[in-house]
Design a protein around this ligand. Sequence first.
Ligand code: NDP
Length: 333
Amino acid sequence: MVKVLLTGGSGFIAAHTLDLLLERGFDVVTTVRSEDKGERILAAHPNTPKEKLSYVIVEDIAEDGAFDEAVKSDPPFDFVLHTASPFHHNVQDPVKDFFDPAIKGTTGILKAIKAYAPSVKRVVVTSSFAAIINPKSHEKVYSEKNWNPVTWEEGLDSSQTYRASKTFAEKAAWDFVEKEKPNFDLATINPPLVLGPVVHYLSSLDAINTSNARISGIVRGFDKESTPPTVTYLWVDVRDVALAHVRAIEVPEAGQRFFVTAGRYSNKDIVDIIRDAYPELEDRLPPKSDPSDLPPDAYGYDNSRSIEVLGLKYHTLRESVVDTVKTLLENGA
Ligand code: NDP
């Protein structure tokens, strides 16, 4: 029996990670913000016994001591996967809404584990390509070596707040293990835009997770006039991101940073795939004649560590888009 604490169980990436952990025999306790959200997760796994899957409530990861009780368990935890962090575009107060939950959420769980869960061997933090990219001066080829140089001041500009929150949170995690020398080591998973099937509870399509919102918008006919701008030219399938989290606890030498990407894409590629795979949606799609906005010299990527150490074999964009659209249609798109 190997026991895992998974934070943010109600989320898009966490739901896939949870399913994979159970499939591979781990016992899982997940944190959610409310009983309602916890009960929905249990209801989605009716055949899983309660000793294999349960939840604890952590209402706000930014609170001091938020995880102090959650990390205590009997039998104790072997691993912690920390996915919970705000990811949306509604920036009202950058510090309160993003920096605090991202940074204090991360340092808070690391402190709690050090103090109350000495059995934990590794913590995996869901970071992001946001913590790697340098939008002011792109690398030719991005890899785990690169860090977003964003400053706190720059991060207060709403266009940079999310990326800054992920950068500061990941830095804080590496600083913590370096300074505090806890019993556990650290892995971070750094994906760019994550696409893929929706398996978490969705109250309505308007509540779609941020990274699937563009496919959802295209499928719902919101972009009929023109293909929306791509912005970041790298992507990855959620099932590969989930597998990366699980491999990061299964592989002993995985206490590292992992840039997890399937490669380049543009929104035009997504529209072309939908047009080809779902001809019945033609009337809702942006014009066929729209050009691709992927610059020929767009930055490249080196995902070799994720393949060599974690053994990832990436889904193709076509597989990902086709499967995503299927679940969006099932959810009423
Ligand atoms: P979701 O919004 O679906 O999941 C975010 C999760 O974090 C939810 O469970 C949410 O709870 C929880 N959460 C947010 N703020 C708080 C808070 N203050 N207190 C408690 N829980 C909180 O997004 P994703 O699944 O896409 O994101 C998961 C992780 O992956 C995040 O760390 C994100 O930064 C990272 N990531 C995502 C990428 C993507 O393209 N999807 C790309 C790179 C990184 P609730 O549901 O109750 O709001």
